[in-house]
Design a protein around this ligand. Structure first.
Ligand code: PA5
Length: 477
């Protein structure tokens, strides 16, 4: 309950340091001057701020209100999670994209890093599996390790139509019914749209416990609604603290001054960088706990900003390719490219001041100074020193980079981080003058799958696909 204390909240505020985006540090050619930032504010950020403010809580921006409007839902989720914890050993999420990446990211961030491997007495919560693919080997492997009798499934799909998720649902429901008969329904929860799609109909027919994804909350913006909150609560995460963190960040995001609004300044910096041809956004947390925050960010950034047309229908083909990296692991692979390859990237480093464990580096090798220099230090010092070293190496090579620092990884700071990235995405989309919240490219792929599988209503797409040029065998070797 620390988050109820104003002093603690202030202490836990995440910080954004963009010194290394500035000309002062990386030179005039790559970096931005104060004047460029001021002009950017006038030309783009002020308007983007107004657009986002005006649309808050409306249309597909319903997610901005999630930190405030879920009191009853949160109580239901907590009660349901309590019951699940008592009765089940495993909780399996069936879902893909926005229905999976948030739960995975928050689980990795806030639970023990080996949660599923801990003995039950230490874990004190079910194991969590998030099945976000239709690889048959993966499904078979899951079924090899879980006892269906001790497993609760949560099928999550906003559209209630996604092939991958519905295929998983069909497979699991069939197994449940064969094994448990009438009790099958007690092993499946549906999280879906209240008004659209097939899953809601199925859930009603089968008598499943149901949670709803509000209309104005798209898949990739859904982590802070039941999509993410239920799995989080099941594994013991304080979801009220998570939402309090989001609300705390939201207060900062409501400030028009870019110097006080981390989401707005980072949006402006990314937008100005895009205009200079920086088409790649690298997300590099220096903490294993934040590894999958980078995956979640890649979906949010890529699917929201990668658009062919602007709001007036003009072809613009905008977006930045998001890339995930992990510090320090990727210092030994990708950082070579980041420091010496093309000048086409903005690198976001995520730092953690205080890790939840401290590990000393043991004494030894007294007669080998090149190894012994590590002794007397901690792994905590090593990871953060290497982060600073990478920051320095990038900056001296004139590479655009900035750092977001979490005082520690907890539900409050993760709530802030998720909400900050969501707001940054909304601000950037407004600067690009695109629809941040649609995904016609993703839907194109979904429709082609429906057509190839002979789904009714997709005959025209099937015909188009059948008439597409046949592959030339000369180009296959
Ligand atoms: O952000 C999005 O809208 C998508 O990535 C969806 O989350 C993904 O396609 C899954 O969709 P649904 O929740 O309808 O199954």
């Amino acid at each position: 309950m620390n988050y109820k204390n104003a002093g603690w909240r202030k202490q836990m505020q995440i910080k954004l340091d963009y010194n290394n985006m500035m000309a002062e540090f990386i030179g005039e050619k790559e970096g931005f001057t104060d004047k460029e930032i001021k002009n950017g504010v006038k030309q783009f950020a002020d308007n983007a701020f107004d657009v986002v403010q005006e649309n808050r809580g409306t249309k597909m921006m319903g997610w901005t209100e999630l930190p405030y409007n879920q009191t009853e839902i949160v109580d239901d989720i907590i009660a349901t999670a309590k019951d699940i914890k008592k009765k089940f050993d495993n909780f399996v999420v069936l879902g893909i994209g926005g229905s999976a990446l948030g739960p995975i990211a928050v689980f990795q961030a806030l639970c023990h890093l080996r949660h599923n491997e801990l003995p039950k007495s230490k874990r004190k919560a079910p194991k969590l599996y998030v099945e976000d693919n239709v690889d048959p080997e993966r499904m078979a492997a899951l079924l090899d390790v879980i006892d269906i009798n001790k497993t609760m499934f949560n099928v999550v799909t906003k559209s209630g139509a996604t092939s991958e998720t519905m295929a998983q649902y069909l497979i699991i429901m069939d197994i449940l019914k064969k094994k448990l008969g009438d009790k099958a329904k007690d092993h499946m929860i549906a999280t879906t749209s209240m008004s659209k799609g097939n899953l809601i109909k199925i859930a009603k027919e089968e008598g499943l416990k149901t949670f709803y994804i509000p209309d104005g909350v798209g898949g990739r913006f859904s982590e802070l609604c039941p999509v993410g909150l239920l799995p989080a609560a099941v594994v013991g995460i304080d979801i009220k603290e998570l939402l309090a963190g989001a609300a705390y960040m939201d207060k900062l995001c409501k400030i028009k001054d870019v110097k006080k609004n981390p989401a707005l300044i980072s949006a402006l910096l990314e937008f100005l960088s895009m205009k200079k041809g920086k088409n790649i956004s690298v997300m590099m947390p220096y903490a294993d706990s934040l590894k999958y925050i980078a995956d979640w960010y890649c979906q949010l950034w890529g699917e929201s900003l990668g658009k062919a047309v602007d709001n007036e229908g003009n072809e613009v083909f905008v977006g930045q390719t998001p890339v995930k990296a992990l510090g320090v692991t990727d210092q030994h692979s990708q950082v070579q490219l980041y420091r010496e390859g093309p000048f086409d990237k903005v690198i976001t480093i995520i730092a953690v001041d205080n890790f939840r464990s401290t590990v000393d580096i043991s004494n030894g090798c007294e007669d080998i100074p090149d190894v012994n220099f590590l002794c007397g230090h901690t792994m905590n010092e090593l990871i953060n020193t290497e982060r600073k070293a990478t920051e320095y190496a990038l900056t001296t090579a004139n590479r655009l980079n900035y750092t977001i620092t979490l005082p520690e990884v907890n539900a409050f700071t993760i709530g802030q981080l998720l909400f900050m990235f969501e707001m940054e995405t909304a601000f950037t989309g407004a600067m690009l003058n695109i629809d941040t919240f649609n995904q016609p490219g993703v839907e194109g792929g979904k429709n082609a799958t429906y057509a190839l599988f002979g789904r009714k209503g997709y005959e025209k797409t099937k015909e188009e696909m059948d008439n597409a040029p046949k592959k030339n065998p000369n180009y296959v070797c």
